[in-house]
Design a protein around this ligand. Structure first.
Ligand code: Z5A
Length: 217
């Protein structure tokens, strides 16, 4: 884990991918499996997870509310700073496995690649929010954006401010994720999220078990 602040003892595992890739489903599935094996597991999602973060989430997902790219970048970091301080660091210090539905790489992919904000700005904002905390493992559920949106729509979920952006935005986001994964293959797992849920879950579970057994640390 790379960090600028004291070393937490638990493990931080993030799930990333375009909308509808299956992150929420697999966070819950993996949490159930790990709890069944006697692990202390905390599940979180971004943006949100604290009273302040949930208020910021409402602002961010409000399709009627216009925002500039920099304002959006900062709003995500407000929610994240609170989550890191109030939930993630305490859980890691207590030795828990923290499974989080989106973390810093969502900002890199959506605000960096998607909105095309300068990389240095994005990294500065992230450092402010996280103090340098990065996941031990990033699980990228890789899916063609159009397919993810079809899944979201058929699940009856609303089309929020960010989901309603054009397809070329989400194509850039996907390319961003794949580039991030290519740079750090030892810390990222890319799973083909077009495969059936059981196959995706098996790939996720195998890699996480190796990490927990200490083989990948
Ligand atoms: N955002 C950002 O821009 N910058 C940031 O820093 C952060 C976030 C942190 C949050 O939206 C938005 O904020 C998001 C990024 C942006 N952009 N958008 N839009 P959210 O939290 O409301 O939604 P989401 O994160 O995009 O997740 P989602 O729409 O809930 O999708 P998901 O969690 O990846 O998928 P799911 O709910 O688990 O599955 C969707 C459906 O597909 C469901 O019916 C499943 O049963 C089905 N499914 C799942 N896996 C499969 C497989 N393998 N086959 C078939 N069907 C499947």
């Amino acid at each position: 884990m790379s960090r600028e602040e004291p070393a937490p003892r638990g493990l931080l595992i993030s799930f990333e991918g375009v909308d509808g890739a299956g992150k929420s489903s697999h966070v819950e599935g993996l949490a159930a499996e790990l709890r069944g094996a006697g692990r202390d597991v905390v599940t979180l999602r971004e943006p949100g997870g604290t009273p302040l973060g949930e208020r910021v989430r409402e602002l961010l997902l409000d399709a009627e509310l216009e925002r500039s790219p920099r304002a959006e970048l900062l709003l995500f970091q407000v929610a994240r700073a609170e989550l890191v301080a109030e939930r993630i660091r305490p859980a890691l210090e207590a030795g828990a496995v923290v499974l989080i539905d989106r973390f810093s790489d969502s900002t890199r992919a959506y605000q960096g690649w998607g909105l095309e904000l300068e990389r240095g700005l994005v990294e500065d904002a992230l450092r402010l929010a996280t103090g340098g905390l990065e996941p031990d493992l990033v699980i990228l559920l890789d899916l063609e954006p159009a397919r993810g949106l079809r899944r979201v729509n058929s699940a009856g979920k609303r089309h929020d401010a960010i989901e309603s952006r054009r397809r070329d935005f989400l194509e850039r986001v996907r390319r961003g994720y794949l580039e991030l994964a290519r740079r750090e293959p030892e810390r990222w797992l890319i799973v083909d999220a077009a495969r059936p849920p059981a196959a995706v879950a098996a790939a996720v579970s195998g890699r996480v078990r190796r990490l927990l057994d200490g083989e990948d640390r």
